[in-house]
Design a protein around this ligand. Structure first.
Ligand code: FAD
Length: 499
Protein backbone atom coordinates (compact mmCIF):
# COMPACT_ATOMS: atom_id res chain seq x y z
CA UNK A 1 0.00 0.00 0.00
CA UNK A 2 1.28 3.47 -0.92
CA UNK A 3 0.17 6.18 1.42
CA UNK A 4 0.67 9.39 -0.52
CA UNK A 5 -1.25 11.30 2.15
CA UNK A 6 -2.29 13.49 -0.74
CA UNK A 7 -4.75 16.14 0.38
CA UNK A 8 -7.69 17.48 -1.61
CA UNK A 9 -10.65 19.47 -0.31
CA UNK A 10 -12.96 17.12 -2.14
CA UNK A 11 -12.67 13.91 -4.15
CA UNK A 12 -15.27 13.25 -6.84
CA UNK A 13 -15.78 9.61 -7.82
CA UNK A 14 -16.61 9.11 -11.52
CA UNK A 15 -16.31 11.27 -14.62
CA UNK A 16 -19.90 11.29 -15.92
CA UNK A 17 -22.13 14.33 -16.10
CA UNK A 18 -22.96 14.33 -12.38
CA UNK A 19 -19.29 14.03 -11.41
CA UNK A 20 -18.21 16.74 -13.85
CA UNK A 21 -20.95 19.10 -12.63
CA UNK A 22 -19.82 18.45 -9.05
CA UNK A 23 -16.13 18.94 -9.83
CA UNK A 24 -16.73 22.17 -11.77
CA UNK A 25 -19.08 23.60 -9.11
CA UNK A 26 -16.74 22.71 -6.24
CA UNK A 27 -13.66 24.09 -8.00
CA UNK A 28 -15.34 27.32 -9.10
CA UNK A 29 -16.28 27.81 -5.45
CA UNK A 30 -12.69 27.54 -4.34
CA UNK A 31 -12.21 23.85 -3.48
CA UNK A 32 -9.22 21.80 -4.62
CA UNK A 33 -10.69 18.79 -6.44
CA UNK A 34 -9.52 15.32 -7.45
CA UNK A 35 -11.66 13.19 -9.77
CA UNK A 36 -11.07 9.43 -9.86
CA UNK A 37 -12.28 7.29 -12.75
CA UNK A 38 -12.43 3.50 -12.91
CA UNK A 39 -12.00 3.31 -16.69
CA UNK A 40 -9.13 4.46 -18.90
CA UNK A 41 -9.11 7.98 -20.33
CA UNK A 42 -10.53 6.89 -23.70
CA UNK A 43 -13.53 5.39 -21.88
CA UNK A 44 -14.24 8.35 -19.62
CA UNK A 45 -17.58 10.06 -19.25
CA UNK A 46 -19.72 7.14 -18.04
CA UNK A 47 -23.25 6.69 -19.36
CA UNK A 48 -23.35 10.43 -19.94
CA UNK A 49 -20.93 9.99 -22.88
CA UNK A 50 -23.37 7.62 -24.61
CA UNK A 51 -26.44 9.82 -24.33
CA UNK A 52 -28.33 11.64 -26.99
CA UNK A 53 -27.86 14.75 -24.87
CA UNK A 54 -31.62 15.30 -24.58
CA UNK A 55 -32.14 17.32 -21.42
CA UNK A 56 -35.42 18.24 -19.74
CA UNK A 57 -35.88 21.56 -18.01
CA UNK A 58 -38.67 24.00 -17.20
CA UNK A 59 -38.06 26.45 -20.06
CA UNK A 60 -41.48 28.13 -19.67
CA UNK A 61 -41.87 29.34 -23.28
CA UNK A 62 -39.99 29.90 -26.54
CA UNK A 63 -38.23 32.96 -25.09
CA UNK A 64 -36.86 30.74 -22.32
CA UNK A 65 -35.35 28.51 -25.02
CA UNK A 66 -33.95 31.42 -27.02
CA UNK A 67 -31.83 32.38 -24.01
CA UNK A 68 -30.29 28.90 -24.03
CA UNK A 69 -30.06 27.92 -27.71
CA UNK A 70 -27.89 30.30 -29.72
CA UNK A 71 -28.95 31.31 -33.20
CA UNK A 72 -32.72 30.80 -32.89
CA UNK A 73 -34.29 33.71 -34.70
CA UNK A 74 -37.73 35.27 -34.83
CA UNK A 75 -38.04 33.87 -38.36
CA UNK A 76 -37.80 30.25 -37.24
CA UNK A 77 -41.28 28.87 -37.67
CA UNK A 78 -41.70 27.08 -34.37
CA UNK A 79 -44.79 26.11 -32.41
CA UNK A 80 -43.58 25.57 -28.85
CA UNK A 81 -45.94 24.39 -26.12
CA UNK A 82 -45.33 26.10 -22.76
CA UNK A 83 -43.48 23.99 -20.21
CA UNK A 84 -42.99 25.36 -16.71
CA UNK A 85 -42.00 23.92 -13.34
CA UNK A 86 -45.55 22.68 -12.74
CA UNK A 87 -45.49 20.77 -16.03
CA UNK A 88 -42.09 19.17 -15.33
CA UNK A 89 -43.24 18.29 -11.81
CA UNK A 90 -46.50 16.80 -13.11
CA UNK A 91 -44.62 14.70 -15.70
CA UNK A 92 -42.22 13.42 -13.06
CA UNK A 93 -45.06 12.48 -10.73
CA UNK A 94 -47.08 10.92 -13.53
CA UNK A 95 -44.41 8.50 -14.68
CA UNK A 96 -43.17 7.68 -11.17
CA UNK A 97 -46.74 7.00 -10.05
CA UNK A 98 -46.49 9.82 -7.51
CA UNK A 99 -43.58 8.19 -5.69
CA UNK A 100 -40.75 10.60 -6.44
CA UNK A 101 -39.66 12.02 -3.06
CA UNK A 102 -41.14 15.56 -2.92
CA UNK A 103 -37.98 17.22 -1.58
CA UNK A 104 -35.86 15.76 -4.39
CA UNK A 105 -38.48 16.24 -7.11
CA UNK A 106 -38.92 19.92 -6.14
CA UNK A 107 -35.17 20.44 -6.14
CA UNK A 108 -34.71 18.88 -9.58
CA UNK A 109 -37.56 20.81 -11.15
CA UNK A 110 -37.03 24.20 -9.48
CA UNK A 111 -33.28 24.24 -10.16
CA UNK A 112 -33.53 22.94 -13.73
CA UNK A 113 -33.57 26.26 -15.59
CA UNK A 114 -30.86 28.00 -13.57
CA UNK A 115 -28.70 24.88 -13.90
CA UNK A 116 -29.06 24.93 -17.69
CA UNK A 117 -28.00 28.60 -17.64
CA UNK A 118 -25.03 27.63 -15.46
CA UNK A 119 -24.06 24.80 -17.86
CA UNK A 120 -24.18 27.27 -20.73
CA UNK A 121 -21.85 29.56 -18.75
CA UNK A 122 -19.47 26.61 -18.35
CA UNK A 123 -19.26 26.23 -22.14
CA UNK A 124 -21.91 23.59 -22.87
CA UNK A 125 -23.67 24.31 -26.19
CA UNK A 126 -27.35 23.54 -26.66
CA UNK A 127 -29.27 22.94 -29.89
CA UNK A 128 -32.88 22.14 -30.81
CA UNK A 129 -33.82 18.46 -30.53
CA UNK A 130 -34.69 17.32 -34.05
CA UNK A 131 -36.44 14.21 -32.70
CA UNK A 132 -39.08 16.16 -30.82
CA UNK A 133 -41.17 17.88 -33.45
CA UNK A 134 -43.37 17.08 -36.41
CA UNK A 135 -43.95 19.44 -39.33
CA UNK A 136 -47.54 20.70 -39.22
CA UNK A 137 -48.92 23.43 -41.49
CA UNK A 138 -45.33 24.43 -42.34
CA UNK A 139 -44.37 24.85 -38.67
CA UNK A 140 -42.05 22.79 -36.49
CA UNK A 141 -44.55 21.67 -33.86
CA UNK A 142 -42.75 20.50 -30.71
CA UNK A 143 -44.24 18.06 -28.22
CA UNK A 144 -43.23 16.23 -25.05
CA UNK A 145 -41.34 18.85 -23.00
CA UNK A 146 -37.93 17.94 -24.41
CA UNK A 147 -37.11 20.43 -27.20
CA UNK A 148 -33.41 20.93 -26.38
CA UNK A 149 -30.32 18.74 -26.43
CA UNK A 150 -26.61 19.29 -26.04
CA UNK A 151 -24.61 19.93 -29.20
CA UNK A 152 -22.85 16.74 -30.37
CA UNK A 153 -24.94 14.68 -27.96
CA UNK A 154 -23.43 13.39 -24.69
CA UNK A 155 -19.94 13.61 -26.17
CA UNK A 156 -20.28 17.38 -26.59
CA UNK A 157 -21.63 17.72 -23.06
CA UNK A 158 -18.86 15.82 -21.30
CA UNK A 159 -16.07 17.30 -23.40
CA UNK A 160 -17.23 20.86 -22.58
CA UNK A 161 -17.36 20.01 -18.88
CA UNK A 162 -13.94 18.24 -18.93
CA UNK A 163 -12.48 21.37 -20.54
CA UNK A 164 -13.93 23.57 -17.81
CA UNK A 165 -12.83 21.19 -15.03
CA UNK A 166 -9.28 21.24 -16.39
CA UNK A 167 -9.33 25.05 -16.68
CA UNK A 168 -10.40 25.12 -13.02
CA UNK A 169 -7.37 23.03 -12.04
CA UNK A 170 -9.22 19.79 -11.29
CA UNK A 171 -6.85 16.80 -11.19
CA UNK A 172 -8.09 13.56 -12.81
CA UNK A 173 -6.80 10.03 -12.19
CA UNK A 174 -7.86 7.40 -14.74
CA UNK A 175 -7.88 3.60 -14.28
CA UNK A 176 -8.18 4.41 -10.60
CA UNK A 177 -11.34 3.00 -9.02
CA UNK A 178 -12.35 4.26 -5.60
CA UNK A 179 -12.56 1.26 -3.28
CA UNK A 180 -13.22 2.41 0.28
CA UNK A 181 -14.16 5.40 2.43
CA UNK A 182 -12.93 6.10 5.94
CA UNK A 183 -14.23 8.39 8.65
CA UNK A 184 -12.45 10.14 11.52
CA UNK A 185 -14.52 11.56 14.39
CA UNK A 186 -17.68 10.73 12.46
CA UNK A 187 -16.62 12.66 9.35
CA UNK A 188 -15.31 11.46 5.98
CA UNK A 189 -11.55 11.88 6.12
CA UNK A 190 -10.02 9.48 3.61
CA UNK A 191 -10.72 7.67 0.38
CA UNK A 192 -8.79 4.63 -0.83
CA UNK A 193 -8.16 4.52 -4.55
CA UNK A 194 -6.70 1.63 -6.54
CA UNK A 195 -4.51 4.02 -8.55
CA UNK A 196 -3.66 2.57 -11.97
CA UNK A 197 -4.67 -0.78 -10.46
CA UNK A 198 -1.22 -0.91 -8.82
CA UNK A 199 -2.31 -0.91 -5.20
CA UNK A 200 -4.24 1.32 -2.88
CA UNK A 201 -3.42 4.98 -2.66
CA UNK A 202 -4.79 6.77 0.38
CA UNK A 203 -6.11 10.25 -0.26
CA UNK A 204 -6.91 12.59 2.63
CA UNK A 205 -9.95 14.73 1.99
CA UNK A 206 -12.71 16.68 3.74
CA UNK A 207 -15.44 15.38 1.51
CA UNK A 208 -16.26 12.77 -1.11
CA UNK A 209 -18.86 13.17 -3.83
CA UNK A 210 -20.03 9.80 -5.10
CA UNK A 211 -21.18 10.19 -8.70
CA UNK A 212 -20.27 6.73 -9.91
CA UNK A 213 -23.55 5.45 -11.25
CA UNK A 214 -25.87 2.57 -10.43
CA UNK A 215 -25.34 -1.20 -10.69
CA UNK A 216 -26.69 -1.83 -14.21
CA UNK A 217 -23.39 -3.22 -15.53
CA UNK A 218 -23.21 -5.95 -12.85
CA UNK A 219 -24.98 -9.09 -14.07
CA UNK A 220 -24.94 -10.47 -10.52
CA UNK A 221 -26.55 -7.40 -8.97
CA UNK A 222 -29.09 -7.13 -11.82
CA UNK A 223 -30.20 -10.69 -11.13
CA UNK A 224 -30.21 -10.12 -7.36
CA UNK A 225 -32.29 -6.94 -7.42
CA UNK A 226 -34.17 -6.85 -10.73
CA UNK A 227 -34.76 -10.55 -11.36
CA UNK A 228 -33.21 -13.46 -13.25
CA UNK A 229 -34.48 -12.31 -16.66
CA UNK A 230 -32.18 -9.26 -16.45
CA UNK A 231 -29.16 -11.53 -16.83
CA UNK A 232 -29.38 -11.20 -20.61
CA UNK A 233 -30.15 -7.49 -20.89
CA UNK A 234 -27.92 -5.45 -23.18
CA UNK A 235 -26.08 -2.75 -21.17
CA UNK A 236 -26.62 0.40 -23.21
CA UNK A 237 -23.84 2.43 -21.65
CA UNK A 238 -20.78 2.19 -19.43
CA UNK A 239 -19.36 -1.20 -18.44
CA UNK A 240 -18.05 0.33 -15.18
CA UNK A 241 -21.25 1.12 -13.29
CA UNK A 242 -21.29 -1.97 -11.08
CA UNK A 243 -22.66 -0.42 -7.88
CA UNK A 244 -19.28 0.30 -6.21
CA UNK A 245 -20.42 3.71 -4.96
CA UNK A 246 -23.53 2.26 -3.33
CA UNK A 247 -21.42 -0.35 -1.52
CA UNK A 248 -18.89 2.24 -0.31
CA UNK A 249 -21.65 4.56 0.89
CA UNK A 250 -23.45 1.78 2.78
CA UNK A 251 -20.21 0.81 4.52
CA UNK A 252 -19.78 4.45 5.55
CA UNK A 253 -23.22 4.56 7.19
CA UNK A 254 -25.59 5.46 4.34
CA UNK A 255 -28.93 3.73 3.87
CA UNK A 256 -30.35 2.24 0.72
CA UNK A 257 -33.17 4.20 -0.85
CA UNK A 258 -35.40 4.05 -3.87
CA UNK A 259 -36.70 1.28 -6.07
CA UNK A 260 -34.11 -1.49 -6.04
CA UNK A 261 -36.21 -3.70 -8.29
CA UNK A 262 -36.64 -0.90 -10.83
CA UNK A 263 -34.51 0.42 -13.65
CA UNK A 264 -34.64 2.45 -16.81
CA UNK A 265 -34.62 0.33 -19.92
CA UNK A 266 -35.16 0.90 -23.60
CA UNK A 267 -36.09 -1.15 -26.60
CA UNK A 268 -32.79 -1.58 -28.38
CA UNK A 269 -31.69 -3.15 -31.65
CA UNK A 270 -31.57 -6.91 -31.17
CA UNK A 271 -28.02 -6.97 -32.55
CA UNK A 272 -26.64 -4.10 -30.44
CA UNK A 273 -23.28 -4.75 -28.68
CA UNK A 274 -23.58 -6.16 -25.12
CA UNK A 275 -22.08 -2.94 -23.61
CA UNK A 276 -21.89 0.60 -24.94
CA UNK A 277 -19.42 0.75 -27.85
CA UNK A 278 -17.03 3.71 -27.40
CA UNK A 279 -16.32 3.65 -31.13
CA UNK A 280 -20.02 4.16 -31.90
CA UNK A 281 -21.48 6.37 -29.17
CA UNK A 282 -24.50 8.65 -29.44
CA UNK A 283 -27.30 6.25 -28.57
CA UNK A 284 -27.56 4.83 -32.09
CA UNK A 285 -29.18 1.46 -31.25
CA UNK A 286 -32.35 2.63 -29.50
CA UNK A 287 -35.63 2.13 -31.30
CA UNK A 288 -38.35 4.43 -30.03
CA UNK A 289 -40.68 5.36 -32.84
CA UNK A 290 -43.05 2.54 -31.85
CA UNK A 291 -45.97 4.89 -30.99
CA UNK A 292 -46.30 5.26 -34.77
CA UNK A 293 -46.37 1.50 -35.38
CA UNK A 294 -47.06 -1.87 -33.80
CA UNK A 295 -45.01 -4.20 -31.60
CA UNK A 296 -45.32 -7.99 -31.72
CA UNK A 297 -43.40 -10.78 -30.02
CA UNK A 298 -41.93 -13.87 -31.69
CA UNK A 299 -45.37 -15.51 -31.41
CA UNK A 300 -46.73 -12.71 -33.57
CA UNK A 301 -48.79 -11.22 -30.72
CA UNK A 302 -49.04 -7.62 -29.46
CA UNK A 303 -48.32 -7.07 -25.75
CA UNK A 304 -48.38 -3.30 -25.02
CA UNK A 305 -50.42 -0.24 -25.98
CA UNK A 306 -47.89 1.27 -28.39
CA UNK A 307 -49.81 4.56 -28.39
CA UNK A 308 -50.39 4.94 -24.64
CA UNK A 309 -48.39 8.18 -24.65
CA UNK A 310 -45.51 9.96 -26.39
CA UNK A 311 -42.37 7.83 -26.40
CA UNK A 312 -40.80 10.10 -23.75
CA UNK A 313 -43.20 8.67 -21.19
CA UNK A 314 -43.34 5.00 -22.18
CA UNK A 315 -39.99 3.89 -23.63
CA UNK A 316 -38.37 3.27 -20.27
CA UNK A 317 -40.94 0.68 -19.25
CA UNK A 318 -41.52 -0.89 -22.67
CA UNK A 319 -37.90 -2.07 -22.72
CA UNK A 320 -38.72 -4.11 -19.65
CA UNK A 321 -41.90 -5.48 -21.23
CA UNK A 322 -39.78 -6.67 -24.17
CA UNK A 323 -37.48 -8.57 -21.81
CA UNK A 324 -40.49 -10.54 -20.55
CA UNK A 325 -41.27 -11.84 -24.07
CA UNK A 326 -40.05 -15.23 -25.36
CA UNK A 327 -36.35 -15.04 -26.24
CA UNK A 328 -36.32 -11.45 -24.88
CA UNK A 329 -37.23 -10.44 -28.43
CA UNK A 330 -39.89 -8.40 -30.20
CA UNK A 331 -40.42 -6.70 -33.56
CA UNK A 332 -41.49 -3.13 -34.26
CA UNK A 333 -43.68 -2.95 -37.37
CA UNK A 334 -44.18 0.01 -39.69
CA UNK A 335 -45.78 0.34 -43.08
CA UNK A 336 -44.83 2.84 -45.75
CA UNK A 337 -47.30 5.50 -44.45
CA UNK A 338 -45.29 5.97 -41.27
CA UNK A 339 -41.81 4.84 -42.30
CA UNK A 340 -40.70 8.39 -43.33
CA UNK A 341 -41.64 9.69 -39.86
CA UNK A 342 -39.31 7.37 -37.92
CA UNK A 343 -36.40 8.72 -35.92
CA UNK A 344 -32.97 8.96 -37.52
CA UNK A 345 -31.69 5.78 -35.81
CA UNK A 346 -33.88 3.71 -38.14
CA UNK A 347 -31.92 5.00 -41.16
CA UNK A 348 -28.46 4.11 -39.81
CA UNK A 349 -26.50 1.25 -41.32
CA UNK A 350 -26.35 -0.29 -37.81
CA UNK A 351 -30.15 -0.74 -37.79
CA UNK A 352 -31.30 -4.34 -38.29
CA UNK A 353 -34.41 -4.46 -40.49
CA UNK A 354 -36.57 -6.86 -42.51
CA UNK A 355 -38.46 -5.41 -45.47
CA UNK A 356 -41.22 -7.12 -47.46
CA UNK A 357 -44.01 -6.43 -49.93
CA UNK A 358 -46.65 -8.38 -48.03
CA UNK A 359 -47.32 -9.17 -44.34
CA UNK A 360 -46.97 -12.90 -45.21
CA UNK A 361 -43.49 -12.40 -46.62
CA UNK A 362 -42.59 -10.20 -43.63
CA UNK A 363 -43.63 -12.93 -41.18
CA UNK A 364 -41.36 -15.43 -42.96
CA UNK A 365 -38.40 -13.03 -42.85
CA UNK A 366 -39.02 -12.31 -39.17
CA UNK A 367 -39.22 -16.04 -38.39
CA UNK A 368 -42.44 -15.67 -36.38
CA UNK A 369 -45.55 -17.83 -36.35
CA UNK A 370 -47.18 -16.76 -39.66
CA UNK A 371 -50.81 -17.63 -38.84
CA UNK A 372 -50.74 -15.89 -35.50
CA UNK A 373 -48.96 -12.83 -36.96
CA UNK A 374 -51.47 -12.46 -39.80
CA UNK A 375 -54.35 -12.82 -37.35
CA UNK A 376 -52.87 -10.04 -35.18
CA UNK A 377 -52.55 -7.73 -38.20
CA UNK A 378 -56.05 -8.51 -39.50
CA UNK A 379 -57.71 -8.01 -36.11
CA UNK A 380 -55.75 -4.82 -35.54
CA UNK A 381 -56.70 -3.36 -38.94
CA UNK A 382 -60.37 -4.16 -38.30
CA UNK A 383 -60.27 -2.50 -34.87
CA UNK A 384 -58.81 0.84 -36.07
CA UNK A 385 -61.35 3.66 -35.58
CA UNK A 386 -61.91 6.72 -37.73
CA UNK A 387 -60.41 10.00 -36.46
CA UNK A 388 -57.95 12.78 -37.22
CA UNK A 389 -54.40 11.49 -37.19
CA UNK A 390 -51.88 13.89 -35.65
CA UNK A 391 -48.54 12.62 -34.29
CA UNK A 392 -47.79 15.98 -32.55
CA UNK A 393 -50.60 15.56 -30.02
CA UNK A 394 -52.24 12.61 -28.32
CA UNK A 395 -54.84 12.37 -31.08
CA UNK A 396 -57.11 9.74 -29.53
CA UNK A 397 -57.19 7.89 -32.85
CA UNK A 398 -57.48 4.43 -31.42
CA UNK A 399 -58.55 0.82 -31.83
CA UNK A 400 -61.68 -0.66 -30.29
CA UNK A 401 -62.09 -4.21 -29.03
CA UNK A 402 -58.45 -5.31 -28.75
CA UNK A 403 -56.40 -6.38 -25.78
CA UNK A 404 -54.28 -4.36 -25.46
CA UNK A 405 -55.83 -1.47 -27.36
CA UNK A 406 -53.72 1.07 -29.22
CA UNK A 407 -55.08 4.31 -27.76
CA UNK A 408 -53.45 6.97 -29.99
CA UNK A 409 -51.98 7.19 -33.48
CA UNK A 410 -53.71 4.02 -34.71
CA UNK A 411 -53.38 3.85 -38.51
CA UNK A 412 -54.10 0.63 -40.40
CA UNK A 413 -51.06 -1.48 -41.24
CA UNK A 414 -51.75 -1.99 -44.93
CA UNK A 415 -49.41 0.06 -47.13
CA UNK A 416 -46.51 -1.82 -48.74
CA UNK A 417 -43.61 -2.08 -48.32
CA UNK A 418 -43.65 -3.31 -44.73
CA UNK A 419 -40.77 -3.08 -42.25
CA UNK A 420 -39.93 -5.08 -39.09
CA UNK A 421 -37.14 -4.05 -36.70
CA UNK A 422 -36.08 -6.78 -34.22
CA UNK A 423 -35.55 -5.38 -30.71
CA UNK A 424 -34.56 -6.51 -27.26
CA UNK A 425 -34.20 -4.83 -23.89
CA UNK A 426 -31.26 -2.54 -23.15
CA UNK A 427 -30.78 -1.50 -19.54
CA UNK A 428 -29.87 2.17 -19.09
CA UNK A 429 -29.50 2.67 -15.35
CA UNK A 430 -30.89 1.44 -12.05
CA UNK A 431 -33.21 3.38 -9.72
CA UNK A 432 -32.22 1.98 -6.31
CA UNK A 433 -29.34 3.86 -4.70
CA UNK A 434 -28.75 5.80 -1.47
CA UNK A 435 -30.77 8.28 0.56
CA UNK A 436 -29.87 11.93 0.01
CA UNK A 437 -31.44 15.29 0.75
CA UNK A 438 -31.74 18.37 -1.45
CA UNK A 439 -28.22 19.47 -0.45
CA UNK A 440 -27.03 16.18 -2.02
CA UNK A 441 -25.88 15.07 1.45
CA UNK A 442 -25.94 11.30 1.93
CA UNK A 443 -28.18 10.37 4.86
CA UNK A 444 -27.96 7.64 7.48
CA UNK A 445 -30.78 5.58 8.97
CA UNK A 446 -31.76 8.46 11.25
CA UNK A 447 -31.98 10.78 8.22
CA UNK A 448 -28.87 12.60 9.48
CA UNK A 449 -26.10 13.51 7.01
CA UNK A 450 -23.07 11.24 6.87
CA UNK A 451 -20.72 14.18 7.38
CA UNK A 452 -18.63 14.97 4.33
CA UNK A 453 -20.39 12.50 2.02
CA UNK A 454 -22.44 13.59 -1.00
CA UNK A 455 -24.05 11.78 -3.90
CA UNK A 456 -25.31 12.80 -7.31
CA UNK A 457 -26.69 11.44 -10.58
CA UNK A 458 -27.65 7.79 -10.68
CA UNK A 459 -26.56 7.47 -7.05
CA UNK A 460 -29.56 9.52 -5.86
CA UNK A 461 -32.27 7.16 -4.63
CA UNK A 462 -36.00 7.98 -4.37
CA UNK A 463 -36.16 10.27 -7.40
CA UNK A 464 -37.19 7.84 -10.15
CA UNK A 465 -39.58 4.93 -9.74
CA UNK A 466 -41.02 2.67 -12.48
CA UNK A 467 -40.05 5.13 -15.20
CA UNK A 468 -38.69 8.63 -15.73
CA UNK A 469 -39.56 11.44 -18.09
CA UNK A 470 -36.98 11.29 -20.94
CA UNK A 471 -34.14 13.79 -20.48
CA UNK A 472 -34.40 13.86 -16.67
CA UNK A 473 -31.35 11.65 -16.09
CA UNK A 474 -28.93 14.26 -17.38
CA UNK A 475 -30.84 17.06 -15.67
CA UNK A 476 -30.73 15.21 -12.37
CA UNK A 477 -26.97 14.66 -12.75
CA UNK A 478 -26.41 18.35 -13.47
CA UNK A 479 -28.68 19.65 -10.70
CA UNK A 480 -27.55 17.29 -7.94
CA UNK A 481 -23.93 17.28 -9.15
CA UNK A 482 -23.77 21.07 -9.02
CA UNK A 483 -25.52 21.08 -5.64
CA UNK A 484 -23.09 18.48 -4.29
CA UNK A 485 -20.11 20.51 -5.52
CA UNK A 486 -21.46 23.69 -3.94
CA UNK A 487 -22.26 21.88 -0.66
CA UNK A 488 -18.75 20.38 -0.54
CA UNK A 489 -17.20 23.83 -1.16
CA UNK A 490 -19.40 25.30 1.59
CA UNK A 491 -18.03 22.69 3.98
CA UNK A 492 -14.49 23.90 3.28
CA UNK A 493 -15.48 27.54 3.70
CA UNK A 494 -17.14 26.68 7.02
CA UNK A 495 -13.96 24.94 8.10
CA UNK A 496 -11.83 27.96 7.13
CA UNK A 497 -14.15 30.38 8.90
CA UNK A 498 -14.13 28.26 12.06
CA UNK A 499 -10.31 28.19 12.23
C1 FAD B 1 -27.39 4.94 -24.39
C2 FAD B 1 -27.90 5.91 -23.36
C3 FAD B 1 -28.61 7.03 -23.76
C4 FAD B 1 -29.10 7.94 -22.82
N1 FAD B 1 -29.71 9.08 -23.26
C5 FAD B 1 -30.09 10.00 -22.36
C6 FAD B 1 -30.58 11.27 -22.78
O1 FAD B 1 -30.59 11.60 -23.98
N2 FAD B 1 -30.98 12.15 -21.82
C7 FAD B 1 -30.92 11.85 -20.48
O2 FAD B 1 -31.31 12.67 -19.66
N3 FAD B 1 -30.41 10.67 -20.05
C8 FAD B 1 -29.99 9.76 -20.95
N4 FAD B 1 -29.44 8.59 -20.51
C9 FAD B 1 -29.32 8.38 -19.04
C10 FAD B 1 -28.09 9.15 -18.54
O3 FAD B 1 -26.96 8.62 -19.16
C11 FAD B 1 -27.88 9.05 -17.05
O4 FAD B 1 -29.04 9.33 -16.35
C12 FAD B 1 -26.78 10.03 -16.62
O5 FAD B 1 -25.81 10.15 -17.59
C13 FAD B 1 -26.17 9.58 -15.34
O6 FAD B 1 -25.04 10.37 -15.06
P1 FAD B 1 -24.08 9.97 -13.88
O7 FAD B 1 -23.01 10.99 -13.90
O8 FAD B 1 -24.84 9.73 -12.64
O9 FAD B 1 -23.48 8.54 -14.28
P2 FAD B 1 -22.41 8.09 -15.44
O10 FAD B 1 -22.44 9.10 -16.51
O11 FAD B 1 -22.77 6.72 -15.77
O12 FAD B 1 -21.04 8.18 -14.70
C14 FAD B 1 -20.64 7.25 -13.73
C15 FAD B 1 -19.13 7.22 -13.70
O13 FAD B 1 -18.64 6.53 -12.55
C16 FAD B 1 -17.51 5.74 -12.94
N5 FAD B 1 -17.30 4.73 -11.89
C17 FAD B 1 -18.05 3.66 -11.56
N6 FAD B 1 -17.53 3.02 -10.50
C18 FAD B 1 -16.41 3.71 -10.13
C19 FAD B 1 -15.43 3.57 -9.11
N7 FAD B 1 -15.46 2.57 -8.21
N8 FAD B 1 -14.42 4.48 -9.04
C20 FAD B 1 -14.31 5.49 -9.95
N9 FAD B 1 -15.21 5.67 -10.94
C21 FAD B 1 -16.25 4.80 -11.02
C22 FAD B 1 -17.90 5.24 -14.30
O14 FAD B 1 -16.79 4.75 -15.02
C23 FAD B 1 -18.49 6.52 -14.89
O15 FAD B 1 -17.49 7.35 -15.41
C24 FAD B 1 -28.93 7.68 -21.44
C25 FAD B 1 -28.19 6.57 -21.03
C26 FAD B 1 -27.67 5.69 -21.98
C27 FAD B 1 -26.88 4.51 -21.51
Amino acid sequence: MTDTAKQFDTVVVGTGNAALSAAVAASENGASVLMVEKGPEHKRGGNSFFTDGAIRFAYRDLDGIKRIVDGLSEDDDIEMPEYGTDDFHADLMKVTQGKSKPELADHLVSKSYETIEWMKDQGVKFIMNENQFFEKDGKKTFWGGLPVKTDNKGIGLVEAMFKKAQENGVEIWYESPAVKLEKTDGKISTIHVDRKHEGETVVKTDSVILACGGFEASKKKRMEHLGDEWKDAVVRGSEYNTGDGIEMALEAGAVRAGQYDGCHAHTTDYNAPRFGDYGKPGDIYKKSSYPLGLIVNTEGKRFVDEGADFRNYTYAKYGKETLKQPGHKAFQLYDSQVRPMLRVEYDLEEATVFKADTPEELAVKMGVDKESFLQTVTEYNRAVQEGDYNPSVKDGKSTRGLSPEKTNWALTFDQAPYYAYPVTCGITFTFGAVKVNSKAEVLDDKEEPVKGLYAAGEMVGELFYHNYPGGSGLMSGSVFGRTAGMSAAELIKGKTLNK
